[in-house]
Design a protein around this ligand. Structure first.
Ligand code: DGJ
Length: 724
C-alpha cells in the first residue's frame, strides 16, 4: 500500500519496501532527509547533523547556510555553492530564486503532466508541495508520487511566474537527490551507433561526473539514466539507487561529491542547451524523473524499472498483449526491391510462421539510396506500381499482417517538401549548415509541421491499412534555429521540438489505437522512457550481430524492459561486424527481446529454414515468460567470455535460460552457472535434456552449460516446474 504521512514538518512517502522523507526546515527551506529501505519513522536530526557541522541542531540558514543543507530543489545564487536544480534570470538581472515552503497537499493517484509523457497509477499517492520566492513571486510546485506496487518515486516540477514581469528559466531540473555520503559507484550507459548502452562503473569522486546530450535526442551515445551502487553492490545483492528521465531530448544526469563527502544527483533537461521565457502568469512543466531503490543489487534495480514501466508507463493496450513475430525487409533488401520481390520474401516468411511483414525504407518518392525523398510520402510507382494498397493486400493474402517504415520528422533537401517549405527545416537563416545522412530535421516545434507529420503518417496508414509503423529518426541536430521563434526564444527549440514530437505521437496513437508503433533512431538512439509512453517497443540497435547484441542487450536491460527491446535474427556474415555466428545463437540472443527477423528467408539453407519454423513457434510459446517474466542477468559480457541470463515467469513455473560463450577455448570445462529467481524447493525439468533438478540445486550449485566447440556457441534451455 502506498501512503504519505505528515508528522508536523516531516513528510514520509512509503510503501511496503521503500521510504522517501522530506522536511520543512525552521525557515521554510525544504530539506531532503531520506530515500531508501522502508522505515517506520525517522528522527531527521542525525541525518542533518551528519551533513552539517555536527552541533547545528536547528540547522537554521543563518547558522550553516544553504551550502550544506540537503535540499529537495536547490537554486543558484543564494549561497548553495553546489550545482543547483533551478536557475532563473529575474527582471532585475539577478539569478536568485529563494524558494520557501508554502503548503502541501496529499492526494490519491498520479496526475498527468501537461504535454509530457509520465507514469500513471490509480493506487499511487501523490504529494504536491508548493514553494515560493516571496520577492519575485515565482512558484514551484513539486510533485512526488509513491506507487503501491513498485519501488519507485516519481518526481517533477511545475514553475509558475506569479510576478508581473517576464522571467527566463535557464535551468529546471526534474530531480535533485542529496545523499549524506559518497561511498557509491556511479553507473552510466554509454556507447555509439551499433554499440549502444555499454555499462560503465566507477567510484564517485569529488567534483562532477555524469552524462548529457545536446544532439536533440536521448541519443545513441548516452542514456537518460544513472545508478549509484554501493562499492560492494553486485548484480544480486546490495544497495542500488537508479534514476531515469521520462524524456527523449537533451538531458543532463550529474552526480557530484562536495564537502563533507555529501553527494548530489541531478537529472533533467540539459541546461546548457536550454532557456525558457516565462512570461507573467505562465507555467513551465519539467519532464518527470523517477527514482528506484533496490537492496537486491543491480538486478533488483533493473527489475524495479521494468516493473514500473510495464505497470505504469507503457501503452495499456500493448502491455500483456501478444506482439507479432515480424520480418523486417531492411537487411533483406535495403533499397533494392519491387513489389514482386517483397511479396516473394513475405511468402517465404509466411511459410515459416512469421506473423507480420514490415517494409522498411525505400518505398516512397524516388528513394533508391539515402540521398533523397524524405518528406515526399507518396509511393514510388516504379517499385510498387499497384501502390501501398495492392502490396499490403497481397501480403495480407499470405496470412500476414502488414507494416511499414517511415521517418516522419525528416526532410531531404532533394524533396518536393523541402522545395516548397525550406523554412520547415531546422536551420539558422543565412548559414549554409550541414546535412547528415543527406537530410535535415523538420522543425517539430511548429504547429504546421506537426500537422503535416500527422497528415502524412495518417494518409500512409490509411492507404496501406498497416497495423504496424516503424517510426525512425536518423539525424542529430545541427544549425539549431527555428524560423517560427523570435530571437529571444531560439534556445527553447530543443525542448519545443520534443513537445511537438510528443503532441504528434499523442494524436497518432489516439487516432490509430490498433496500430503498433515501434520506435527507432538509427537503432537505439532514442530508446528511452519518454518514447515508451507512446511506443511499446523500440529497435534496440542496428547491430544485429549476436555477440554484439549480448553486450547491447545486457546494458539496455539496466533500465529498459526486455518486452520493449526489438531484437531480430539476421543473416551471416553479419552486416555490421562481418562475423559468422551459429543460427542457434542468433536465435537465442534475439529471444532476449521482442523477437523477429531481419533477413531474406529465401536465402536460408534447408536446415536453417526448418530451424526458423521451430524458432517462430518457440518464440510464440515462450513469449509470456520472456516478455513479462522477471529478468535475471547471470553473467556479464563486459566482465567475461560468457553471457547468461534467465527470464522467470511470474508464477515461477517456467523459465527460459540462455548461455553464450563468445570465444571457444581449448581444454575448457563447461561453466556451472548459478540460476536465479526459481522456487528453491520446486523441481524443474530442462525440456531440452530431460534432466530434472530442484530450484535450490540450480540456484545455489548451478546448471552445467556444456556448449559445442566453436565461437559464439550457446545453450537455450526451457525449464518447467514438474510434480514429484
Ligand atoms: C535506420 C534503422 O535503424 C534501420 O533499421 C533502417 O530502418 C534504416 N534506418 C533505414 O533507413
Amino acid at each position: 500500500m502506498a501512503e504519505i504521512i505528515r508528522e508536523g514538518n516531516l513528510f514520509h512517502l512509503r510503501n511496503e519496501r521503500i521510504s522517501y522523507i522530506l522536511r520543512v526546515m525552521p525557515e521554510n527551506a525544504l530539506a531532503h532527509i531520506y530515500f531508501g529501505r522502508r522505515l517506520n519513522r525517522l528522527n531527521p536530526d542525525p541525518v542533518l547533523r551528519s551533513v552539517g557541522s555536527g552541533d547545528t541542531y536547528n540547522f537554521t540558514l543563518q547558522e550553516c547556510g544553504l551550502d550544506r543543507l540537503p535540499q529537495e530543489y536547490p537554486s543558484f545564487g543564494l549561497g548553495d555553492q553546489r550545482e543547483g536544480a533551478l536557475r532563473v534570470e529575474n527582471a532585475d538581472g539577478s539569478e536568485a530564486a529563494d524558494l520557501r515552503f508554502v503548503s502541501a497537499v496529499i492526494e490519491k493517484g498520479k496526475p498527468a503532466l501537461e504535454g509530457l509523457p509520465a507514469t500513471f497509477g490509480e493506487n499511487a499517492q501523490t504529494l504536491r508541495v508548493l514553494l515560493k520566492d516571496q520577492q519575485s513571486n515565482l512558484q514551484a510546485e513539486l510533485l512526488y508520487t509513491v506507487f503501491d506496487d513498485c519501488d519507485a518515486i516519481a518526481r517533477s516540477v511545475k514553475l509558475t511566474n506569479g510576478s508581473l514581469a517576464d522571467l527566463r528559466v535557464t535551468c529546471a531540473m526534474s530531480l535533485c537527490l542529496d545523499l549524506p555520503d559518497d561511498r557509491w559507484d556511479l553507473i552510466t550507459l554509454s556507447g555509439s551507433w551499433a554499440r549502444e548502452r555499454s555499462v560503465y562503473r566507477r567510484p564517485l569522486t569529488p567534483g562532477h561526473q555524469g552524462v548529457s546530450t545536446r544532439c536533440g535526442a536521448s541519443s545513441l551515445q548516452q542514456s537518460p539514466f544513472l545508478a549509484l551502487a554501493r562499492r560492494e553492490t553486485t548484480e544480486d545483492a546490495g544497495e542500488a539507487v537508479g534514476a531515469a528521465l521520462v524524456y527523449s531530448g537533451n538531458f543532463t544526469a550529474d552526480a557530484a561529491v562536495y564537502q563533507n563527502s555529501a553527494a548530489r544527483l541531478l537529472l533533467g533537461l540539459n541546461d546548457r542547451e536550454f532557456s525558457w521565457l516565462l512570461s507573467s502568469g505562465e507555467s513551465f512543466q519539467t519532464p518527470e524523473a523517477v527514482l528506484v531503490y533496490s537492496t537486491e543489487g543491480l538486478g533488483g534495480m533493473s527489475r524495479a524499472f521494468h516493473s514500473l514501466w510495464e505497470k505504469h508507463l507503457l501503452p495499456r493496450k500493448w502491455v500483456g498483449a501478444h506482439r507479432p513475430v515480424l520480418l523486417n525487409s531492411w537487411e533483406a533488401a535495403y533499397f533494392d526491391f519491387d513489389e514482386e520481390k517483397l511479396v516473394s520474401i513475405a511468402q517465404s516468411a509466411a511459410e515459416a510462421g512469421v506473423e507480420l511483414f514490415v517494409m522498411d525504407d525505400g518505398w516512397f518518392g524516388h528513394r533508391n539510396d539515402d540521398t533523397t525523398s524524405l518528406g515526399d510520402w507518396q509511393v514510388d510507382k516504379t517499385k510498387l506500381p499497384g501502390g501501398l494498397g495492392r502490396l499490403a493486400d497481397r501480403v495480407r493474402a499470405l496470412g500476414l499482417k502488414f507494416g511499414l517504415w517511415m521517418e516522419p520528422e525528416m526532410v531531404s533537401p532533394d524533396s518536393d517538401l523541402y522545395r516548397a517549405h525550406p523554412d520547415w527545416a531546422i536551420h539558422i537563416p543565412g548559414r549554409a549548415g550541414i546535412t547528415s545522412r543527406h537530410q535535415l530535421t523538420l522543425d517539430m516545434s511548429r504547429k504546421d509541421v506537426q500537422d503535416f507529420v500527422v497528415q502524412s503518417v495518417s494518409d500512409t496508414l490509411k492507404a496501406s491499412r498497416a497495423v504496424y509503423l516503424k517510426w525512425d529518426m536518423n539525424r542529430n541536430f545541427s544549425n539549431i534555429g527555428s524560423s517560427a521563434l523570435p530571437p529571444e526564444q531560439q534556445r527553447e527549440l530543443p525542448h519545443r521540438y520534443i513537445l511537438g514530437l510528443y503532441s504528434v505521437m499523442e494524436r497518432l496513437v489516439k487516432a490509430f489505437p490498433d496500430v503498433l508503433f515501434e520506435g527507432c533512431s538509427s537503432g537505439g538512439g532514442r530508446f528511452d522512457p519518454g518514447m515508451l509512453y507512446y511506443v511499446p517497443q523500440f529497435w534496440c540497435s542496428d547491430n544485429t550481430d549476436a555477440l554484439s547484441r549480448c553486450q547491447i542487450q545486457y546494458g539496455t536491460t539496466f533500465f529498459l524492459p526486455p518486452s520493449a527491446m526489438g531484437s531480430h535474427v539476421s543473416a551471416v556474415p553479419n552486416h555490421q561486424t562481418g562475423r559468422v555466428t551459429p543460427i542457434e545463437t542468433r536465435f537465442a540472443v534475439a529471444l532476449g527481446g521482442c523477437f523477429g527477423y531481419e533477413l531474406d528467408p529465401r536465402k536460408l539453407t534447408e536446415d536453417e529454414r526448418s530451424a526458423m519454423v521451430a524458432q517462430v513457434k518457440y518464440a510464440q510459446d515462450t513469449e509470456e515468460t520472456r516478455a513479462r517474466g522477471s529478468l535475471y542477468r547471470l553473467l556479464s559480457p563486459f566482465e567475461c567470455n560468457d553471457t547468461a541470463w534467465i527470464s522467470v515467469s511470474g508464477d515461477q513455473a517456467e523459465a527460459v535460460f540462455t548461455f553464450v560463450r563468445a570465444q571457444t577455448l581449448a581444454n575448457r570445462a563447461p561453466a556451472l552457472v548459478k540460476l536465479r529467481g526459481l522456487k528453491a524447493d520446486a523441481k524443474y525439468r530442462v525440456e531440452e535434456t530431460g534432466e530434472t533438478y530442484f530450484g535450490d540445486e540450480l540456484m545455489y550449485s548451478g546448471l552445467l552449460c556444456p556448449v559445442k566447440q566453436g565461437d559464439a556457441a550457446s545453450l537455450l534451455y526451457t525449464l518447467k516446474a514438474v510434480e514429484e
